[in-house]
Design a protein around this ligand. Sequence first.
Ligand code: NAD
Ligand code: MG
Length: 377
Amino acid sequence: MDFTTTKEVENYYYESHRVSSNDLTMSLYCGTACRRKFFWCYRLLSTYVTKTRYLFELKEDDDACKKAQQTGAFYLFHNLAPLLQKSEHQYLAPQYSLLELERLLGKFGQDSQILEDSVLIGCSEQQEAWFALDLGLNSSSSINASLQKAEMETALQGSFIKLTKALFELNVKDASLLSTAQALLRWHDTHQFCSRSGQPTKKNVSGSKRVCPSNNIIYYPQVAPVVITLVSDGTRCLLVRQSSFPKGMYSALAGFCDIGESLEETVRREIAEEVGLEVDRLHYSASQHWPFPNSTLMIACHATVKPGQTELQVNLKELEAAAWFSRDEVATVLRRNNLSNQQQSGAVPFWLPPKLAIAHQLIKEWVEKPTCSPLPA
Ligand SMILES: NC(=O)c1ccc[n+]([C@@H]2O[C@H](COP(=O)([O-])OP(=O)(O)OC[C@H]3O[C@@H](n4cnc5c(N)ncnc54)[C@H](O)[C@@H]3O)[C@@H](O)[C@H]2O)c1
Ligand SMILES: [Mg+2]
C-alpha cells in the first residue's frame, strides 16, 4: 500500500482501522517529514490503537464478542489452575479453538453451555481474541458437576498446575495472560450474587462486568491497590520478611491502601506501622498486577529516610523480621538469585523474590541506580 498525501493515509486508516484523525495527527507529529516514515510510524502506533479499540468493542458488545469466540483461542483452567504443558525448562500454555473445545466437551458428555462462563483476556495483533475458561468451577449459569480433572489432563496432554507454582516458569506473555485470566475467573466465581438484592447477577459475554437483572446494578472486577516500597537510608536498604513468606526470603515492604488514602499517605503509614520509621522522600518506580492471593495492583516506590533516623521498631504482628542491608550484600544475593540451585555453592544468607515479581525489579533498580530524583513525601 502506498500513499501520496497524508489525507490518503488518514482516509485509509480511518476506514479500515476505525481510528480518528487525532490519532493520526499524533503519529504524524511524532514522525519525520518523510511520508514513508510517517506511514511506518503510524503503522506501529495503529497496531496498538486498533487492538485496544477492538478489545473495547468486544467488552461492550455481546454480539461482537460471541462472534470473536468463533475464531478465537481459549486457555483452559481447572479450579483456577491453568492447563500447562512442560517443554524443556519452562511451561507452555496451550490454546484451543472453539471447535476443539466443543469436541472435547462432547467427548466428556458435557453441555457446551459452559462456554458462557469464558472470559475475554486479550487479543493478538491480528485480532484473534483470547479467552479463558475454567472447566472445574461450579457456576450458576452452567453445568453443576465439575469435569473430571485427570481424564481432562490425559485428553489434553497437559496438567492443571497451580499458578503459584507455575508462574515463574512461564514466559512473560503467558505469565501476564494467565494472571489476568485467573484473577478474572476468580472474581466471577466469587461475585455471583448482587450484594443489594441477593439475586444472581448475570455476566456479560466478555466477562468485563456482571449485572443484577432486578435493579441493574453493575459490578466490575475488583483490584486492590497495594504499595510496595524499598526504603533506603542512602547507603543501605531495608528488607523485611513475613512469616508467610517462603523460608529465607526477604522482600520490600508492602501494604494495602486504606480507603481515602493517596499513595504517598499509604507509603508513609505502612512504613511507620511496620518498622516505625518516617519517610523523608519517595518516588514512584513502576507497577504490576499481582494475582496472589487476590488481584492486587502493586505500585512500587523508592523511599528514603533521614540519615540518623534509621532505628527500626519492628511491628511483630505484621513482620517476622526487618533489617538494613548494604548494597554489596544485596548485589551478592541478587547474583545468587539468578543462578540455578546446582550453580549455587556455600550458604546463602537469604534470598530475594524471583525476577517476575516487582519487588525483585525494585531491589535490582536500587542496586544498579542508587540515585534518583526523589520528591518530598
Ligand atoms: N509482587 C511482589 O513483588 C510482592 C511483594 C510483596 C508483597 N506482595 C503482595 O502485596 C500484598 C500486600 O502485602 P502485605 O500482606 O504486607 O499487606 P499489609 O501490610 O497491608 O498487611 C496485610 C493485612 O492488611 C489487611 N488488609 C487491608 N486491606 C486489605 C485487602 N484489600 N485485602 C487483604 N487484606 C487487607 C488484612 O488485615 C491483612 O492481613 C500481598 O497480597 C502480597 O502478595 C507482592
Ligand atoms: Mg505489609
